[in-house]
Design a protein around this ligand. Structure first.
Ligand code: HEM
Length: 207
């Protein structure tokens, strides 16, 4: 048992098997509806990757950054050299997966254009489209910040993959500051963004 759970891959596969069991229960109780089911699978993948992304964002902001000053100097390098680069890998690719699944979900839900234009593309206004449009744009801004501000600045600050071996310390510190500020901005945006994501189906009514 301990050996099984010591292996992350086994653990994830076991989680997927349990999800398949839930699918079989659904088949038994509800019957299969192709259109509904595949839109649901996308929604599920979207939420799973979103949890990975925002979970790591909150780990950086609620755990890692505030604990940093308490870590003894000789232990600090372990974070910058090993833990943060590994966390950043899952962080930025989870952000990418969330975006792709979110756009696909809107496409299958038949409101991709309405969402991206915040429903300015039609004569009448559908409040649910306005809401998911605002949520999606908040999340797209966050995705942009991850890939084009936080990640490049963290690469410089921590010399990830040894891409900036000769960068002077003041520039590393400046990059760390920029990455930290945009990480904070994303933490702020994550709160209204999640409000809008969940409100679409549960406050405005299913579309
Ligand atoms: C990156 C850009 C994103 C886009 C384009 C996007 C798009 C969407 C769409 C189209 C929906 C379906 C709304 C509906 O009809 O109910 C949705 C729902 C949702 N999204 Fe996002 N999303 C994005 C980012 C995120 C992020 C970062 C999270 C973080 C966890 C997230 C979490 C959710 C949740 C929890 C739902 C509600 C699921 C439900 O109520 O069934 N999304 N999103």
């Amino acid at each position: 048992m301990a050996a099984f759970f010591a292996n992350l891959r086994n653990t994830v596969i076991a989680g997927l098997v349990l999800a398949v069991i839930l699918f079989l229960i659904y088949l038994q109780l509800q019957g299969y509806d192709t259109n509904l089911f595949w839109r649901f699978v996308l929604r599920w993948l979207h939420v799973i990757s979103g949890v990975m992304w925002i979970g790591l964002l909150w780990y950086f902001n609620f755990v890692s950054t505030p604990t940093m000053p308490k870590i003894p100097a000789e232990m600090k390098p372990a974070l910058g050299r090993f833990i943060t680069p590994a966390a950043l890998f899952w962080f930025r690719w989870a952000a990418m997966a969330t975006l792709v699944f979110g756009l696909l979900l809107a496409f299958l839900n038949d409101y991709l254009v309405q969402m991206l234009t915040i429903d300015a593309s039609e004569g009448f206004v559908n409040p649910a489209y306005v809401n998911i449009g605002i949520g999606a744009w908040l999340a797209i801004i966050m995705w942009f910040n991850v890939w084009f501000v936080i990640w490049p600045n963290q690469q410089r600050a921590l010399n990830i993959d040894n891409r900036y071996p000769d960068l002077p310390q003041p520039q590393r510190d400046a990059s760390a500051k920029t990455a930290g500020m945009f990480s904070r901005i994303n933490t702020m945006l994550s709160i209204p963004m999640l409000f809008a994501m969940v409100a679409t189906a549960h406050l405005y009514g299913a579309i």
